[in-house]
Design a binder for this molecule. Structure first.
Ligand code: AMP
Length: 122
């Protein structure tokens, strides 16, 4: 999958559109989701041009991968949700309804989030 620089998260990274930032370092930017689906709903994105989780895993350097996942953990701690619990999730491709083609991890928290996924009818 090729990376399209016109996606909305790339524009946020370039400062072309605003975001409600909660954390930033050399490897990652975290900001609140514009349509929150939980009391706490934050997105963490790597600074590099990666379209999805598998693209990030294949092409990012070890430093980028470590930096990104350290940022995800740091954001969860800073949000104060480690004790109560939280969920990280990344949608990849059509069946997962990925809307923005820049790799991102959702952090959901702030209430009982229920089971991971609805059971499949057998
Ligand atoms: P998905 O690609 O399906 O994992 O979801 C993309 C997420 O990005 C959705 O939860 C949107 O509400 C969120 N989103 C889209 N545009 C913005 C924006 N400008 N600022 C913050 N969140 C956004």
């Amino acid at each position: 999958m090729s990376y399209d620089k016109s996606n909305i998260f790339a524009k946020i990274l370039r400062g072309e559109i605003p975001c409600d930032r909660v954390y930033e370092d050399d490897w990652a930017l975290a900001f609140r989701d514009i349509e929150p689906q939980a009391p706490v709903h934050v997105l963490v994105i790597p600074k590099g041009p990666y379209a999805s989780s598998d693209d990030f895993a294949a092409r990012a350097t070890g430093e980028e991968i470590i930096g990104f996942f350290r940022a995800v953990g740091r954001v969860a701690r800073d949000l104060g949700v480690v004790g109560s619990g939280y969920r990280i999730l990344s949608n990849c491709g059509p069946d997962a309804h990925q809307e923005v083609m820049h790799f991102h991890v959702h952090i959901f928290a702030g209430k009982d989030l229920g089971r991971m996924i609805k059971p499949v009818d057998k």
